[in-house]
Each structure stands twice: as C-alpha cells, then as structure tokens.
Design a protein around this ligand. Structure first.
Ligand SMILES: *Cc1c(COP(=O)(O)O)cnc(C)c1O
Length: 377
C-alpha cells in the first residue's frame, strides 16, 4: 500500500474545503440539487474501484461493479415512464447532458438526415450536443412561460417536411421549469403527415417527479417519446453528478457493437463508467420507494407555493408554472445572487425548492430581499 498521508499544510487546506462545502451547501437556493441525502451506509464502497464499463445488461470480463443495481434503477424508471416492458434499454450516465447527447445520438443513427427542433429555453448543453453530432437544428420560439410555441414549431417544420423530424422536448426548462407537451407535438407531426420522427425528452430537471403530478404531463413513452434523460443528482440527490437515460431497445440495437477487450457491448458514450452512482441511486430508490418519491415531490411543491406567497406578500412579482418547484422573480442584486447562489438571465432569477429546502430557508431568503429593498443601492 502506498503512503497516502498528507502534510500538515495540505490537511489544513482539505479541512478548509470541507467547511466551505458545508457552508455553501446550506446556503444555496438557486440550483436544482437536492441536499437531504444520507449515503453513509455506502461509504465502505469507496474503497473499491467500481466500474460498470460497457453495456449494463451484458456482463463484462471486469467484475468489480454494480450492474445489478444499475439494471434495477433502469427498470424502476422504465416502469415509471411507462416503457413497453420488453422494449426498453438504458444506463446510468454522468448527468442529464450525457443522456441528452445519447438520445440525440440514437436519433441521428436512425435518421442521419434529420433536422433537430428545440425551443429557445432549451438547456445550453443541447446546442453543443447537436454541434458534436453535426446535426442541423432550428430553434423554436417560446411562450411567455418558457414552453415551446407550438404554432412556431408547426411553421418551422412545414417547409422541411421532406426531412425526418427530431424533437428535443423540455420536461422542465432550466429557468422557468416549463414543460413542452408531447401530445401537442405529436398532434403537429400527425397534422403535417410526418412519418419519420424521433422525440427525445429532456427530463433532467423535473422528469424524475413528472409522473407524480396531477394532471400528469405528457412526457413519457406511452405519450410517444423515443428516449428520456433525467439527472440523478437533482431531485433524487447524489454526492456525484449522475443521471439515467432510457430509450426503446430497438433503437439501441441499431448501434450495438461487440468489443472483445471488455467482453461486452460498446453501447454507451463513455467506456469506463462510474459504478458508484448506480449504487447511490439504487439505495435512494430502494429506501424511498414510489411513495417516498411522491412525498418528496409534494413537499417541494408545497414549499414552492409558500415561497410565491411570501414573495408576493412583500411586493415581489414572483410566479411559477403550474406544478413547478421553480419560483421565478426579477433578478435581485449581485450580492443577493451570490449569497444564495442564484442564476440570473435576461433580468430574471429563480429559486428551486428542492428536497431539503424548508420554509425557514425561504423565510431567510425573503427577509434578505426585503432588507435589500429597504436600503436603496
Ligand atoms: C440540469 C439540466 C440539464 C443538464 O443536466 P446535467 O445533469 O447537469 O448534465 C439539461 N437540461 C435541463 C433542463 C437541466 O435542468
């Protein structure tokens, strides 16, 4: 065993980082990251080089990994997202961005001449993804609330009807948590008689709890999508960024390629894959179950409703989309944005009422905004 002991100065630096992590985790409100997890029973696994390289469903020659847990996580979400029981496939990714890249990659392999349509509220990583894949794309206008403007979508597709249509639908946009309606999108494809189409749902933010909402948004396999990506470190919570991508198995079969070196299929974007993340997600899903996840969503929705009410009471024009945990308001001062780690874009800002954020934290935030309003800059 090598000597892994730190010098005194390095140990101090490390401890300082630990207290910063604690402090900054407690104070943030502006990013969709759950902070209420406790994975301490999994700490012993940090001593092992877990790696789920290759396809989760085909064992590899390398045996230190968590494939069984990964398959459970995939089947859990396949069920929640109403996939056909014998026609789904997926894997645990490094995050929502990789899942979106994967969905678009499958779409391109099926329709190399396809045109991608995505709204102006789409996450910044998608533009990069379609650039990486060398796909042409058209940006669609949004409605006030951040949801795709379906009339604009129809107008954009109409002159390109001879090309296969690839849609990236947002199930919760980054800034306002607006959801594009997959049923509306399908209706346009039917109206224009588009036979060749692929719909990928970016559910990074609210895909993990969309199934618990009433009314249930149109976003999943039964509603007509071909693939869905979610983030694991957002609503569920994980110390390491991660996500899940699910696709129809028939789509993934088109890209499967056997690789002798790893003894499995090379069906994922990266070769080596994090074997700890599936374990975290498995632990969270097993311990919370559907009931626990649903309760988490209800708590977050209640906190968001409370935040809108409190902010409105103090004269701040806060609002949220129906059944959203993101609360939008005019961007406060830079000092306030730094204090609560708030993103600001085009004059608006938001807090995201993730699991682990309670009313007391909302109260502190409202008080800070109130104080700021009282002291003119
Ligand atoms: C966070 C987010 C992403 C990117 O997901 P990562 O897990 O950070 O890679 C993509 N789309 C939306 C709408 C998001 O909110």
């Amino acid at each position: 065993m090598n000597d892994f002991t730190l010098s005194a100065a390095d140990a101090v630096e490390m401890n300082n980082l630990l207290s910063d992590c604690e402090r900054f985790t407690t104070s943030f409100l502006g990013y969709p990251v759950a902070k209420d997890f406790d994975y301490s029973p999994l700490f012993p696994f940090l001593q092992y080089p877990l790696n789920n390289l290759g396809d989760p469903y085909i064992s590899s020659t390398y045996a230190v990994g968590s494939r069984e847990m990964e398959k459970y996580v995939i089947s859990f979400f396949a069920d929640l997202f109403r996939a056909e029981p014998d026609n789904y496939w997926g894997y645990v990714t490094n995050g929502g961005s990789e899942g979106n890249l994967y969905g678009l990659y499958l779409a391109r392999e099926i329709y190399p001449k396809g045109m991608v349509y995505y709204s102006e509220s789409t996450h910044y990583s998608v533009q990069k993804n379609i650039h990486l894949l060398n796909l042409p794309g058209i940006i669609i206008k949004c409605q006030e609330n951040g949801e795709m403007d379906y009339d604009d979508l129809e107008e954009a597709i109409r002159p390109n009807r001879h090309l296969p249509v690839i849609i990236l639908a947002n199930i919760g946009t980054t800034m306002t948590e607006a959801r594009d309606n997959v049923s509306e999108i399908k209706a346009i494809l039917r109206k224009l008689a588009i036979r060749h189409h692929y719909i990928h749902a970016d559910g990074a933010l609210s895909g993990s709890y969309a199934a618990f909402l009433d009314p249930r948004p149109a976003f999943d396999f039964a509603d007509g999508v071909d693939s869905i990506a979610i983030s694991g470190h957002k609503f569920i919570g994980s110390p390491i960024p991660c996500g899940v991508v699910l696709a129809k198995k028939t789509h993934r079969d088109r890209i499967a390629r056997s690789v002798a070196y790893i003894g499995t299929l090379d069906t994922t974007i990266t070769g080596s894959r994090n074997g700890h993340s599936p374990l975290f997600l498995w632990y969270a899903l097993k311990s919370m179950g559907i009931t626990g996840l649903k309760m988490r969503a209800e708590n977050s929705l209640a906190t968001a409703a409370y935040a809108v009410e409190r902010l409105n009471e103090t004269g701040i024009a806060a609002w949220r989309n129906p059944n959203a945990i993101t609360v939008v308001f005019p961007a406060p001062s830079a000092v306030c944005c730094r204090q609560f780690q708030l993103a600001a874009e085009n004059g608006i800002s938001h807090i995201i009422c993730m699991p682990g954020i309670g009313k007391s934290q909302i109260d502190r935030f409202v008080a800070a905004l109130q104080q700021e309003a009282a002291v003119p800059a």
